[in-house]
Design a protein around this ligand. Structure first.
Ligand SMILES: Cc1cc2nc3c(=O)[nH]c(=O)nc-3n(C[C@H](O)[C@H](O)[C@H](O)COP(=O)(O)OP(=O)(O)OC[C@H]3O[C@@H](n4cnc5c(N)ncnc54)[C@H](O)[C@@H]3O)c2cc1C
Length: 458
């Protein structure tokens, strides 16, 4: 295994998917890193939490077969995909409304086109309109000369209302977490390109069967520690300054010095942390200008015999968008997770009102279901950045030497997703590995009490 002792003092601030992907990539290449995570739990926006003697996730996450880097790192960290994820060939099923199932026999992209042609719930004309659109996108290699809101692109391509409602809107909300009239058409096409038009299994849905922390964050952290790295939970970095050849990171009373830093915090935490690094002022302003979108998850506990007809089911006509059966997925019998992506009227409701509304929608869809036994609402107000056309995104490499940015918001062609975050972390790690920086300090991860740092913008 290659070893790079000269760049062994690497700090990663943030133990979410991006930070841990960077840490594992460096660990794999023989560099021990120190990860600082402010929360007690790792995983950031993809984490599990305890509830009434069981665990929930902060939001139901769906992965797809095209998440190559995420799946590779999970394997590297010893996660058994068959045990951790339920892999289903692409299927979009909206209760009593619509059903699209990709062909299991045909290669990409024919498997999806075939699914579109046979989709139930659309007229022949509607199916052909969707098919024509997909073929045009493929001819243009899923590339637009100018980005625009997805709603405008769909109107230009004369997509019927029902196709929009049953197909494009649910896909847009699931992938971009941004309403159609604000969502970037180009980023949406990037997702279609990667999931529908490359390998047949790229469009597979991968539904977690274990808690999110166990799926990604904890195995990667264990891998990093096994390779000689450190993961410090409950450690908030409050300031970063540049000193000669290294960076001083302040955490409580301690100051830690590192030659390389990967800042893997969400964009709304960036400005304060880089306030002393003058060359990053423009990036801080850019991140401060972002707008965010929420995701609400309503967990409803029914008696254990209650099951949905499918592990994942769409609902139309109300607030509830997707319902996941945690009994079929995670062995939590009778527990349903109802997902509401992006902004909407529900954001003005109290948690009780929201839980009541969603429970009533489930009762209308499944009149045989008994009343709920328990309810829990989790709202992530800044779940993802609003993925709007031409959104500026900072590169991973910054003007400060040895200082990198990782996170789902950094340059890349994906929306805010696990895979986008993971890829950004890997890019940062590779840039460090490719750099020829000589570190004058031989000791890994020193902590000192040096408190009053001189300000030396890089
Ligand atoms: C409810 C919900 C549902 C989602 N569904 C999906 C889905 O189905 N599929 C999908 O691919 N993606 C989904 N996402 C998006 C995905 O979770 C995120 O894109 C991804 O987790 C972002 O990872 P990150 O590492 O960039 O940021 P984060 O996860 O935000 O990680 C940043 C970390 O930095 C830490 N931190 C912040 N400040 C400091 C500090 N000063 N010092 C130390 N640590 C600090 C934070 O505590 C956090 O752990 C969903 C997100 C949410 C919220």
């Amino acid at each position: 295994m290659p070893h790079h002792p000269e760049i062994s003092r690497v700090a990663i601030i943030g133990g979410g998917c991006a930070g841990l992907a960077a840490a594992a990539t460096l660990a794999e290449r023989g560099i021990s890193v120190t990860v600082f995570e402010a929360a007690k739990h790792l995983g950031g926006r993809a984490r599990s939490l305890e509830w009434s003697g069981t665990y929930l996730d902060n939001g139901q996450h769906i992965l797809i077969g095209a998440y190559r880097e995420t799946l590779r790192l999970m394997r590297l960290a010893g996660v058994d995909e068959a045990n951790a994820l339920l892999r289903l060939p692409l299927q979009l099923i909206q209760h009593d409304q619509f059903c699209l199932q990709a062909s299991r026999c045909l290669p990409a992209p024919l498997h999806v086109l075939h699914g579109l042609l046979r989709a139930r719930g659309l007229s022949r004309g509607e199916r052909f309109a969707a098919l024509r659109f997909m073929l045009k996108l493929r001819l243009s290699r899923f590339h637009l000369s100018h980005d625009l809101p997805l709603a405008d692109l769909l109107a230009r391509h004369q997509q019927p209302q029902r196709v929009i409602r049953c197909l494009w809107e649910p896909l847009c909300l699931a992938a971009l977490n941004t309403p159609l009239d604000r969502a970037s058409a180009q980023v949406f096409l990037n997702v279609l390109r990667d999931s529908f038009a490359r390998g047949k299994h790229d469009s597979d849905l991968l539904l977690p069967r274990i808690g999110l922390s166990e799926l990604f964050a904890e195995p990667l952290a264990n891998y990093v520690i096994a390779k000689g790295g450190a993961v410090q939970r409950g450690t908030t970095i409050s300031a970063i300054t540049r000193h000669d050849d290294d960076y001083a990171l302040v955490a409580g009373d301690a100051t830690h010095h590192f030659t390389h830093v990967i800042l893997a915090v969400p964009p709304f935490r960036l400005a304060k942390l880089v306030a002393d690094l003058a060359p990053l002022a423009e990036i801080a302003r850019m991140c401060d200008s972002y707008d965010y979108q929420p995701i609400a998850t309503v967990y409803l506990q029914y008696p254990p015999q209650i099951r949905l007809p499918h592990p994942m089911l769409g609902l139309a006509g109300g607030l509830s968008q997707w319902v996941l059966d945690r009994g079929q997925l995670n062995g939590q019998a009778g527990l349903l997770a109802v997902v509401i992506s992006a902004e909407g009227a529900h954001m003005h409701m109290s948690q009780e009102e929201l839980a009541d509304t969603v429970a009533n929608e489930i009762a209308r869809a499944f009149p045989d279901f008994p009343p709920t036994l328990g309810r829990k609402v989790i709202i992530e107000k800044r779940a993802t950045f609003a993925c709007v056309p031409n959104m500026p995104r900072p590169p991973q490499q910054t003007p400060c030497p040895g200082f990198y940015l990782a996170g789902d918001y950094t340059v890349g062609d994906y929306p805010a997703t696990i895979e986008g975050a993971v890829r950004s972390g890997i890019i940062c790690a590779e840039k460090i590995l490719d750099s020829d920086t000589i570190n004058p300090h031989p000791h890994p991860c020193p902590a000192s009490g040096r408190g009053n740092n001189t300000r030396d913008p890089c």
